[in-house]
Design a binder for this molecule. Structure first.
Ligand SMILES: [Zn+2]
Length: 275
């Protein structure tokens, strides 16, 4: 009898140990290095459509979505625009920087070196943003134009993430040359590896289909990465007079799909914080 009791005690001890080991294993499951263990989406918008973006707030609120707004020509921000951007920031969105004059940075760099580049494209706009109370930590390259020299200046200026442009469809004089499906575009998925130079897929009118974005959302969900997309002006009909922008109903479909698949919404500066 005593022998059985001892054996049971030992067995009990063994199970306790097993439970403890399993608890430790589960606690460490998924994100041992602080990486998110679920997919996400980082949406950004470029240029200077502040009032139009502000009007998207009910749509963002419906899905508890947050986004990053990359502002160019901040010297022309009026008081109303500043207060709209402040409200967006208060609601969890991020205000990033997109250059003072929206020029080709490689050309500015070639002509004036880092000093000329900073004085023309970065300094004046940043001073305006700072004076208005914004301290942008993310940067979107105007026209997707940059090189390593430009990037090193931007990183030295304190930007933690630099966003380039990725395009699914290539056209020439109205003819489509090829379409690269977004689900195969590796560069538009953030792997939570601390990368500071990233690409976002352009989702302006006629660039991608709803189905392609839905596939890209599933890709991010399956791999635990964050899909990065961006657009320009919110439009309510097909673009006219050379306008460039995305259809608001298209954005609504993206948000609905991301919400359905339980993707987490990230702002751009949040991405490199996970490693
Ligand atoms: Zn731009």
């Amino acid at each position: 009898m005593k022998y059985i009791k001892t054996a049971l005690k030992a067995l009990n001890g063994f199970f306790s140990l097993l439970v403890a080991v399993m608890a430790v294993a589960f606690a460490g499951c998924g994100s041992p290095s602080g990486k998110p263990n679920a997919g996400g989406i980082a949406i950004s918008f470029d240029d200077h459509f502040i009032k139009e973006w502000y009007e998207l707030r009910p749509l963002f609120q419906k899905y508890n979505a947050k986004a990053t707004f990359f502002i160019t020509c901040p010297d022309s921000l009026n008081a109303e625009e500043v207060s709209m951007l402040k409200q967006l920031e208060k609601e969890g969105h991020e205000i990033g920087f997109h250059g003072t004059v929206h020029a080709k940075s490689t050309e500015l760099m070639a002509a004036g070196g880092p000093k000329g580049y900073i004085e023309t494209e970065l300094g004046p706009g940043l001073r305006h943003m700072n004076a208005a109370g914004f301290k942008p930590t993310s940067y979107a390259h105007p026209g997707g134009n940059h090189n390593d020299r430009v990037d090193s200046v931007l990183l030295a200026k304190g930007f933690t993430i630099l966003r380039d442009v990725a395009i699914s469809r290539r056209k020439y004089k109205g003819f489509q040359l090829y379409a690269w499906p977004p689900r195969w575009m590796n560069s538009i998925y953030y792997a939570f590896d601390g990368a500071q130079k990233v690409d976002a897929l352009m989702v302006d009118y006629d660039e991608v289909t709803e189905e392609e974005v839905a596939e890209a959302i599933l890709e991010a969900k399956e791999n635990g990465t964050a899909l990065m997309i961006f657009g320009h002006e919110p439009l309510y009909s097909a673009p006219q007079n050379g306008k460039y922008g995305f259809n608001v109903s298209f954005l609504a479909a993206i948000l609905r799909e991301a919400d359905k698949e339980k993707l987490k919404f990230y702002t751009m500066s949040e991405l490199p914080k996970f490693q």
